[in-house]
Design a protein around this ligand. Structure first.
Ligand code: KDG
Ligand code: MG
Length: 412
């Protein structure tokens, strides 16, 4: 199984996706996701200029050795661009290994530890009636747990609120708050943490009153609070029994979470912008979080994220893998194979892709009654329709950014 081709395909059906396609001399083809939202072409250049030439002639079966060669051999380690590029290679090689073995990847990882993966969706709205409509819509879509993001009085545009309803039935519209095409410059949003801290507990109180105590509810703070503000929010949300509070602080300062933990029993989820086990070293060892948020796509692939999750398992910390629409169907499938096989699976984020994306990436994973399953096709179970992909050239797109009322740039 010698690698004789490594191609990078960029396509923008509903948003930009970067896919690596590896072909072996025996004709096996594997694909991997290297999409880094808003910085896609940096990964494309890293793969094209610095990785693809190194893969040619290598034995595709030596996944761990190739991983170490790309990570240690570069000298410059870690970081989102490097780790997304390595992730794309790793996923493509697992895809090939599964196809060569005639087995789905989860079988190669030890087999299924459960029959399906509980997944949460994104309910949101500017007002309470809009939020209730969105929760009802997600219940109809089969979701059994939900993230709730709310508008804040006085703020015009903030993270996580869809600007249109999903009346068309297409998820690309439902989730257009996860930016795909914002033009040549990033959109500006506004922020006021005190207004947010006052408003959010009233939202969860209303949702609990309307939908009852059982529905697992999640919330994303999107890195905006200081440790003491995060502690305050976690404490004020305790009566509403959250499944998790996500990214309450910008967690590259890992020890900040000690303070949050001292004050609240609301479970914490962190890590969608982390790339390696080293980013988690302290917060796992000191049990400062409850869920690991990394995506396979941004954390060096299946091989590396499995190591992070095995480490987390020693501390009863579970997976909560990132699954926004900027993780391609290939990255989502990889997450599902990993989630099905590990013992410490917690929950999977699942924002459904739009119709155009689904026509480019043919999927065999399934969504039934609130549970995902990666399917039983050999490999990852996703194929890329190159002709369809070719209809949608790359379009420049940026994530938005935040300013406070006085003009200061704040974490987004
Ligand atoms: O590219 C950034 C998005 O993936 C991120 O903003 C989504 O926070 C997010 C989430 O929890 O899905
Ligand atoms: Mg998040």
């Amino acid at each position: 199984m010698i690698i004789d081709k490594a191609e990078i395909i960029v396509t923008s059906p509903d948003r930009n996706f970067v896919t690596l396609r590896i072909t072996t001399d025996e004709g096996h083809v594997g694909i991997g996701d290297g999409t880094l939202n808003g910085r896609e072409l940096a990964v494309v250049a890293y793969l094209k200029e610095h990785v693809a030439p190194l893969l040619l002639g290598k034995d595709a079966g030596r996944i761990e050795d190739i991983w170490q060669y790309l990570y240690r051999g570069a000298y410059w380690r870690r970081g989102p661009v490097t780790m997304a590029a390595i992730a794309a290679v790793d996923m493509a090689l697992w895809d090939i290994k599964g196809k060569a073995a005639g087995m789905p990847v989860y079988q190669l990882l030890g087999g299924a530890s459960r029959s399906g993966l509980m997944a949460y969706g994104h309910a949101s709205g500017k007002t309470m009636p809009e939020i209730f409509d969105s929760v009802n819509e997600h219940l109809e879509l089969g979701y059994k747990s939900m993230r709730i993001q709310s508008g804040v009085p006085g703020l015009n545009a903030i993270y996580g609120i869809a600007s249109q309803s999903a009346d068309t039935g297409d998820s690309a519209v439902r989730y257009d708050h996860e930016p795909a095409r914002r033009g040549a410059l990033p959109a500006q949003e506004d922020w006021d943490t005190r207004a947010y801290l006052r408003h959010i507990p009233t939202v969860f109180e209303a949702v609990r009153n309307e939908f009852g105590p059982e529905l697992p509810l999640l919330h994303d703070g999107h890195h905006r609070m200081t440790p003491i503000q995060a502690a305050q929010l976690g404490k004020s949300l305790e009566p509403y029994d959250l499944f998790w509070l996500e990214d309450c602080t910008p967690a590259e300062n890992q020890e900040a979470l000690r303070l949050v933990r001292q004050h609240t029993t609301t479970p914490l989820a962190i890590g969608e912008i982390f790339n390696t086990v080293w980013d988690y070293q302290q917060i796992i060892r000191e049990q400062l979080i409850d869920y690991v948020r990394s995506a396979v796509t941004h954390t060096g692939g299946i091989s590396h994220l499995k190591k992070v999750l095995d480490y987390a398992a020693q501390y009863q910390i579970k997976s909560g893998m990132h699954g926004p629409t900027d993780v391609s169907p290939v990255g989502m499938a990889a997450a599902m194979h990993l989630g099905l096989s590990i013992h410490n699976f917690g929950i999977q984020e699942y924002m459904q892709h739009g119709a155009k994306t689904n026509a480019v990436f043919h999927q065999t994973y399934t969504w039934n009654d609130g549970y995902l399953h990666p399917g039983d096709e050999p490999g990852l179970g996703v194929t890329l329709d190159v002709d369809e992909a070719g209809k949608y050239p790359y379009e420049q797109a940026y994530l938005p950014f935040n300013r406070l009322a006085d003009g200061t740039v704040h974490d987004w």
